[in-house]
Design a protein around this ligand. Structure first.
Ligand code: SAH
Ligand code: ZN
Ligand code: ZN
Ligand code: ZN
Ligand code: ZN
Length: 471
């Protein structure tokens, strides 16, 4: 449990840190790193509080992408030249076309017994290349069946919090494909969902077609530009530029708007604001290609932890969280068979929940009042007029908070909210910088500007710096 709580805190902290992304950069020249246009940020604490800066949109760890520039900084010509060199050196070794050509050589020119994948580099090797990969993790004897499952061949990039490659279990993949079919979808945009893409590409009936958008360069070997573009979801950057947009446009051409759906499984530590902008841009593309009515948004299944619900709903009012527990293979905290209460990851969607049938065999039932499927522990509350349990044991109604609460919490008269037993009333240890609440950022804080709030915040910042000094 402790490990799980720690994990939740880590994700929340990544999303509610003392740094905000500033989406509106109109009139400002935005510099680029190797991962496309940088994002503009502002930090609220430290000696440079309030000063804006640009940093990499995809990699938050400076070890992975060292790009940094103050917005008010005058960058020398020399530094600009240097940056060009660095950006180039950080690109994948080959172009999409070259990767495809190499892959064709491996497929057609090398017998399956001789085929080799360097898992360290994520590269299928040509005959004379073994030497360069001597000390690497090499997978031998790769037959065609294995090539159809690249997500199993490649090592998941999960040690790195940027990629956060957590792969769906077979059960969840089958569930998603079944849903897409019963929703009469034919064209699926898989954004950060290589395993769904792979399953659709391998489907024999051919009722579904898929286009993968992902940052992972390794897939350039497996899929041509008609099915895959290397794409950065935090700044809507297509690494192959307009050419990729044309391929995606071609993929959608001829579909009716309601045949299209997007399956989206971003890294959970990612900034929801930046993701929202990209989603809106993809939705605009869908709208213009399929001539969808202007008031519609692209139908989406967005996979995200339940505790991020408010963040998503704040950006997308018409999204709802489903009760379906999303199961993963390579993340112990998300595995239904390991966790007592099952995975904390849910599906957020703008498709009507009634249309997404959850199986009675797995304990889900239809709630006639809510007109949606609810988990068995999620018992309808007549006061809230909803099925309120998000995770774990059945929530119970608190008449003081006027909502249903996790059974592990009880009402605290000091905090005037329900809190975990044994909590300490005076220190919001994390969360919003103004009031300490976990479910919103300072910019959405209802207490913003109030005197009481600033006092609380000051106290909290003081506490935090004391804590930091101790470390
Ligand atoms: N559950 C999914 C995988 C989700 S893991 C499945 O089984 O198919 C998150 C995915 O997002 C990974 O494939 C990762 O490569 C991709 N990703 C991470 N950062 C990204 C970025 N900035 N832009 C686009 N894709 C990214
Ligand atoms: Zn970068
Ligand atoms: Zn209900
Ligand atoms: Zn209630
Ligand atoms: Zn309460």
């Amino acid at each position: 449990m402790l490990q799980f709580t720690k994990y939740i805190n880590k994700i929340m902290a990544a999303n509610i840190s003392d740094t905000d992304v500033i989406i509106d950069t109109e009139g400002i020249t935005v510099p680029e790193c190797a991962h496309g246009p940088a994002l503009m940020f502002v930090r609220y604490s430290g000696s440079d509080a309030g000063r804006r800066f640009f940093a990499c949109s995809a990699f938050r760890d400076r070890k992975d992408c060292s790009f940094f520039q103050w917005c008010d900084e005058k960058v020398s010509q020399e530094k600009l030249e240097m940056r060009k060199v660095i950006n180039k050196s950080m690109q994948p070794k080959y172009s999409h076309r070259q990767y495809r050509e190499r892959f064709q050589l491996v497929l057609k020119g090398i017998h399956k017994k001789e085929r080799q994948l360097c898992r360290t580099c994520g590269l299928f090797l040509l005959p004379d290349e073994e030497k360069e990969h001597e000390d690497h993790d090499i997978l031998n004897k790769i037959d065609k069946a294995m090539l159809k499952l690249p997500s199993q061949l490649f090592t998941p990039l999960d040690n790195n919090r940027t990629y956060a490659q957590y792969l769906f279990s077979k059960k969840t993949v089958a569930f998603v494909l079944d849903q897409l079919k019963s929703l009469n979808k034919t064209h699926v945009i898989c954004l950060g969902a290589p395993r769904i893409h792979e399953a659709i590409m391998n489907e024999e009936t051919g009722t579904l077609k898929s286009y993968l958008l992902d940052l992972d360069f390794r897939y350039m070997q497996m899929y041509g530009p008609e099915n895959f573009s290397r794409y950065n979801m935090f700044n809507h950057h297509f690494f192959d530029g307009e050419r990729s947009v044309q391929f995606l446009t071609k993929f959608l051409t001829g579909c009716s708007h309601d045949q299209v759906v997007m399956v989206f499984d971003p890294p959970f530590g990612g900034m929801v604001e930046a993701l929202s902008v990209s989603i809106r841009k993809i939705s605009e593309l869908w709208k213009s290609v399929t001539k969808a009515p202007t008031d519609l948004t692209l139908p989406i299944l967005w996979f995200f932890p339940y505790f991020m619900e408010k963040r998503i709903i704040d950006s997308f009012k018409d999204f709802q969280m489903l009760d379906y527990k999303v199961d993963y293979d390579n993340h112990t905290l998300f595995r239904g068979d390991v966790k007592k209460h099952g995975s904390p990851v849910r599906i957020f969607t703008n498709i009507h929940p009634q249309k997404i049938k959850l199986s009675a065999d797995e304990g889900y039932r239809f709630c006639a009042v809510c007109k949606r499927y609810s988990a068995k522990e999620n018992i309808h509350c007549d006061v809230c007029d909803s099925c309120p349990t998000k995770y774990g044991a059945t929530y119970r109604h608190c008449f003081k908070c006027n909502r249903c609460i996790k059974p592990s919490k009880e009402h605290c008269e000091v905090c005037r909210t329900c809190q975990l037993k044994g909590h300490s009333c005076d220190k919001p240890s994390q969360g919003c910088h103004i009031c300490g609440a976990l479910d919103h950022k300072r910019r959405e804080c209802p207490e913003k500007g109030s005197q009481k709030a600033s006092k609380r915040k000051r106290k909290w910042v003081e506490n935090r710096s004391k804590k930091k000094m101790k470390c």
